[in-house]
Design a protein around this ligand. Structure first.
Ligand code: IMP
Ligand code: MG
Length: 184
């Protein structure tokens, strides 16, 4: 595991096969819970894109995609004031909305997003996140489907970036502190 990781990676946490195995289990739960229903997957850009694509491949439900882009991070620090920089293309009124997120950290992005989407009267609103960093939570967020709980380290790869880099890595790894120390 992690033989081809760049030197800026401290440690590989989840390689591609671990991620895909976990996604299989999550998809089983989602397929069971929404059986006979259709689902609108709302992908939180950019980080959750790879996760959403791999998850959707395992769904046997009618599903459609929309995307939303929320900015709350500069470097490795949340500014706790999320703003929408790209909005949904379609109405979610009466839809089973499933937010697809990469990682819940302080929770401020998802608290904001859930409140925003609830105002649009979906039939149901749930959240699936690949990762959770519970040690940093500030806002109370219920995660309906979760991939992995992780410790308080900045992670990159499998869609997650540091200032636009490392998204394309096929695994999730801890970024060395020396890469971002003195940069914020
Ligand atoms: P929150 O608002 O603090 O919960 O952070 C939300 C977003 O910040 C997540 O959806 C991620 O996209 C990003 N983020 C938080 N922690 C990390 C990390 O360790 N690596 C990369 N992105 C992160
Ligand atoms: Mg995100």
């Amino acid at each position: 595991m992690g033989e081809n990781a760049p030197e800026e990676i401290e440690k590989v946490l989840f390689d591609r096969s671990m991620i895909i195995n976990r996604i299989d289990r999550i998809a089983d739960d989602i397929n069971r819970d929404y059986s006979g229903e259709s689902v609108r997957l709302i992908v939180v850009l950019n980080g959750a894109k790879m996760f959403a694509e791999d998850l959707a491949k395992k769904l046997i439900l009618n599903h459609s995609f929309d995307e939303i882009k929320v900015r709350s991070y500069t470097g490795t620090e949340s500014n706790r004031m999320p703003t929408i920089v790209m909005d949904l293309k379609e109405s979610v009124e009466g839809e089973n909305v499933l937010i697809v997120e990469d990682l819940i950290d302080t929770g401020s992005t998802l608290k904001f997003l859930k409140e925003y989407l609830l105002k649009k009267n979906p039939k149901t609103l749930k959240l699936v996140s690949l990762m959770d960093k519970p040690s940093r939570r500030e806002a109370d967020i219920e995660i309906d489907y979760l991939g992995f709980e992780i410790p308080d380290h900045f992670v990159v790869g499998y869609g997650l970036d540091y200032n636009g880099r490392y998204r394309d890595l096929p695994f999730v790894g801890i970024l060395k502190e020396s890469v971002y120390k003195n940069q914020n």
